[in-house]
Design a protein around this ligand. Sequence first.
Ligand code: ARG
Length: 461
Amino acid sequence: METMWAGRFKKQISEMTNDFNASIKVDGRMFEEDIRGSMAHAAMLGAQGIIPKEEADKLIVGLEGILSDLKSGALKIDERAEDIHMFVEAELTKRLGETGKRLHTARSRNDQVALDNRLYAMKEIAAVQAEIENLIAVLAKLAEENTETVMAGYTHLQRAQPVTFAHHLLAYAAMFMRDHDRLADVKKRTNVLPLGSCALAGTTHPIDRFAVAKQLGFADVCFNSMDGVSDRDFMLEFAAALAVCMMHLSRLSEEVILWCSWEFKFLELDDAYATGSSIMPQKKNPDISELVRGKTGRVYGNLMALLTVMKGLPLAYNKDMQEDKENLFDSGDTVKTCLAVTAEMLRTATVLKENMFNAGRKGFINATDVADYLVKKGEAFRSAYKITGELVALAIEKNVSLDELPLSDYRRFSPLFGEDIYKEIDLKNCVKKRTSYGGPAAPSVKKQIKIVKDFLASAKQ
Ligand code: ARG
């Protein structure tokens, strides 16, 4: 196959070099972005009189035809082409002859690939955001059904204080809302047109970059042509936002894995979202969550790879940058799938409320409430804390929970204790009393659910 630069070269490219140099197997998936970019570019060339208007129109029609043929499958991407840009231009020239050769006026693959990357990233950001919204909606619904489901909240994976399952889930909703927001922020810096930077130094042709930006829906135009072709910050930021989102998914996965163990048994996964063992007949494994936790590694790795590719590159374009896409594509694909399977797995799972409550009953999670009781009766917190510690030690010794200790035991440690202590340390009541803003009491949790739902409603607009 003759390369595009055959004029300057005396020999054909070796097959090995061609294979090594080519990126079409990776960037082929950006064909739509590439063609849309070329259509806007052709329209601008025609409008500015850089090429005859009729030829610009022919280019646009030709590009439209290639796009619809690729979409329908009538045209297959030729993997012998170096990259998607070369393929589309060659196909256009095959279809239009000389006219096709006018498309690349006042343009370079350097600004073309930067454009495709940005268009692709913007599409992908929206797709990830949609999956995040779906997961948040599942969490909000589960939360609505569990505002009274008392469970232990944990610190150090030790039972700590009473919360509800709703409250616990809404913490994850908060994380995913931040992920959504972070992506919106990445989009701001992605939404800038690099086309017209050309190879690196702009062009002598009277191009109109603002018209191209308008046609493609970009909010801004990059103001320095060298930065325009060499900036990949938006990809790094996107990869970083995806890594943070994966970290959240991984934390949730870890909890699901714990909750599915017999030691916890807070959650029963639907059979359709769990797997069995090849040897142990009793097993029902939370493979989805384990895989999500595991795939976090590759998403982190993709971010590291991208940072390392960019490190130390002199201005402007360097071929190293061809390595930018595979990582980002993989991170986007992985996060989208992980969000979707996690949402479905949670949506179909059964919450074992009794088990949650019973686990909360052991572990002295109402100990802080005993201390707070004394504080409300006039004791200083530090002294109340010590008295309660002694009561817990006694309960451990007697192998009972705090509500099973008789009042006489309480009164041995402080005369402030009365019969009302039992109501005070009833787990349901302990949750009910935690009315501070952001706390687990049902009215507070309902407020949180409203915040989450309002967020979803505004995200959908
Ligand atoms: N396939 C290349 C990439 O992904 C396109 C840009 C090539 N530019 C060049 N000067 N060779 O980065």
